[in-house]
Design a protein around this ligand. Structure first.
Ligand code: ARG
Length: 578
């Protein structure tokens, strides 16, 4: 059941009934202040001109025409013509009971779309660094939300596994293997390996030439070079998998569709662009000119698809990827998660791909950009010595810090239990701190605030969950099967009930906009409302009537179920105790 959709349908029908033109805007929103009802319908104002009537009169007519069949307690026309909607407590209670009885919280799946989500996509020449945290976890949260709502999701890990830098890396690897090292050892630290190769490339006589030779051989399909390359990327993928495992994200090897997978198709792409008159020669290169994206002087943007030496680019690969995703995978939507610095690239790429017919008009290509992670000095997050922070190390530090915090507390947990807990809290904290920020802005990374048990943090939400669990333990009830009749008497109960039923609205927004922070805000508000309810409506005190207690317990169980569901979409674990 979707409250918003339900009300919207009713009010849209009412608009038709009072003679408003078809498809008139029907702005319906959640009330932002207490005392203005639960939802607000603001369609009357916009109709004043069209219907040549006073907005308040129109609002009155809508109130009369709308058929709400017991959903609401009252409607109230306010101000210039707002309609405040007060939901009925009995109706809400019935909805909650249905949600409590259903494993999906009575949320129906949507008509399924095929959605390609391109995320994580690290460059295999190097180690995953903090810059890949956002794409990996935001992408994974969006993917899980899409799947929860019934969409067919195709994960595409567009790994950077091809390109000229592999020449130098393979030449260096070749020498290491010849001196009897195994690849796993040689490549145990990809940063070091890259640095060594680069030094040789810059300084060692003849090495740069060999590196270039390796590139040519690799592209020509030379078996020795291909075997070296395979060896290299296998080890590098294993490094990424270690991060995925620690991060508890759903990416597997099957989701990898690296740049190399399109290698065979790049010449075809360029040929097709030429045949369609889009790519033309300019200074030896193949270029698509884009007058739509001209600079101030009116010069069209130049989108290069093949370099003068014949080499292909990141852009060419992206065009091949689009064609594959739309023609072979039949994507209705494609979402790509990278940092905002690539925004222009994707804008140009979409334009070229649409002109070439690689994207049909009804298919979407949605770049979801995100800002940077900053250190507490407000500059890009770096190690103390100014290097890039390896993601693996950051995650290990999170777990260590969580463990240190936990072991300071008085607890009867064994050291093994403590370790498991520290892992869930530490990783949850890092992920949530990131996911809860609007992705389009930069954010400041702070251990102290993300690990705090207060405020909009993972530990706060995990703690809220365990708090509910402890109520059930103390009361000796099984929250899984709890489904007593609910009555919403206290204001804290009603407000919690409405929030509870708005879960699906938050998920839908995450899906539509690729913005998991909306779900974080929702869960934080839900947990906060639960805390107020918990204080106002005791469950364990002596002398509380059985049916009141059971009603409250059921509401609490539903909150726990929603918290757990929401956190699991974000890839964050909950636990029974902490
Ligand atoms: N490998 C790229 C990077 O690390 C991201 C690739 C994103 N996906 C794409 N289709 N271009 O910046």
């Amino acid at each position: 059941m979707n409250l918003h959709t339900l009300l919207l349908n009713k009010f849209s029908a009412a608009l038709v009934a009072i003679g408003a033109p078809e498809n008139s805007p029907a702005p319906l929103s959640r009330a932002t202040k207490v005392g203005f009802g639960d939802y607000q319908f603001n369609g009357a104002m916009a109709l004043a001109k069209v219907l040549k009537q006073k907005p308040r009169d129109i609002a009155e007519k809508i109130v009369e025409a709308v058929k709400l069949d017991g959903i609401t307690e009252k409607l109230e026309v306010a101000g210039p013509g707002f309609i405040n909607i007060y939901l009925s407590k009995a109706w809400l209670a019935a909805q909650l009971s249905e949600a409590a009885a259903d494993t999906r919280l009575n949320i129906e799946a949507q008509p399924s779309k095929t959605v390609v989500v391109d995320y994580s996509s690290p460059n295999l020449a190097k180690e995953m660094h903090v810059g890949h945290l956002r794409t990996t976890i935001i992408g994974d949260a969006v993917v899980k939300a899409l799947e929860f709502m019934g969409h067919k999701v195709i994960r595409q890990n567009h790994m950077g596994d091809w390109g000229t830098q592999f020449g130098m890396l393979l030449a260096h690897l070749n020498d290491k293997l010849e001196s009897n090292q195994v690849a796993e050892t040689a490549l145990s630290d990809l940063e070091d390996f890259y640095r060594e190769a680069k030094v040789r490339f810059d300084e060692e006589e003849g090495f740069a030439d060999r590196a270039r030779e390796y590139v040519v051989k690799l592209q020509g399909g030379d078996s020795h070079c291909l075997a070296l390359w395979q060896n290299f990327i296998d080890v590098s993928i294993t490094h990424s998998e270690e991060v995925y495992h620690k991060l508890n994200v759903s990416l597997t090897r099957d989701d990898i569709m690296g740049e190399s997978a399109y290698n065979h198709d790049l010449a075809n792409v360029v040929n097709e662009l030429q045949a369609k008159g889009l790519a033309v020669e300019s200074q030896g290169a193949q270029v698509v000119f884009l007058p739509e994206l001209a600079d101030k002087e009116g010069n069209p943007a130049a989108y290069i698809v093949q370099k003068s030496g014949g080499g292909y680019l990141y852009a060419t690969t992206d065009l091949a990827a689009i064609r594959h995703r739309n023609k072979q995978l039949h994507a209705d939507r494609t979402l790509i998660l990278t940092d905002a610095r690539q925004a222009l690239h994707f804008k140009q790429t979409e334009l070229v791909a649409r002109k070439a017919g690689f994207i049909e008009p009804e298919q979407t290509y949605e770049h979801c950009p995100f800002g940077m992670m900053l250190g507490n000095d407000g500059r890009p997050f770096k190690t103390r010595t100014g290097g890039t922070v390896k993601l693996v190390e950051l995650l290990d530090e999170a777990v260590e810090r969580a463990e240190a915090l936990l072991s300071k507390r008085e607890t009867d947990l064994s050291s093994d239990e403590l370790k498991v807990l520290a892992n869930k809290i530490g990783i949850g904290a890092v992920k949530y701190a990131d996911l809860s920020k609007n992705r389009t802005t930069d954010y400041m990374f702070s251990w102290d605030s993300m690990l705090s048990f207060e405020g909009n943090t993972a530990p706060y939400l995990q703690y809220a969950y365990t708090r509910v669990m402890s109520i059930f333990r103390k009361a000796g009830v099984d929250h899984q099967t709890l489904n007593a009749p609910i009555s919403l008497d206290a204001p804290q109960e009603k407000i919690l009930a409405v929030k509870q039923l708005q879960y699906v609205e938050a998920i839908n927004q995450v899906i539509a906009e690729g913005t998991p922070h909306v779900l974080c805000t929702y869960l934080y508000e839900l947990a906060s409302l639960f805390m107020s309810f918990y204080e106002a409506c005791p469950m364990l005190k002596d002398g509380i009537e059985q049916d009141v207690r059971d009603s409250r317990m059921t509401l609490a169980a539903l909150t726990a179920k929603t918290l757990q569901s929401g956190l699991s979409l974000l890839g964050i674990d909950t636990m029974e105790r902490m």
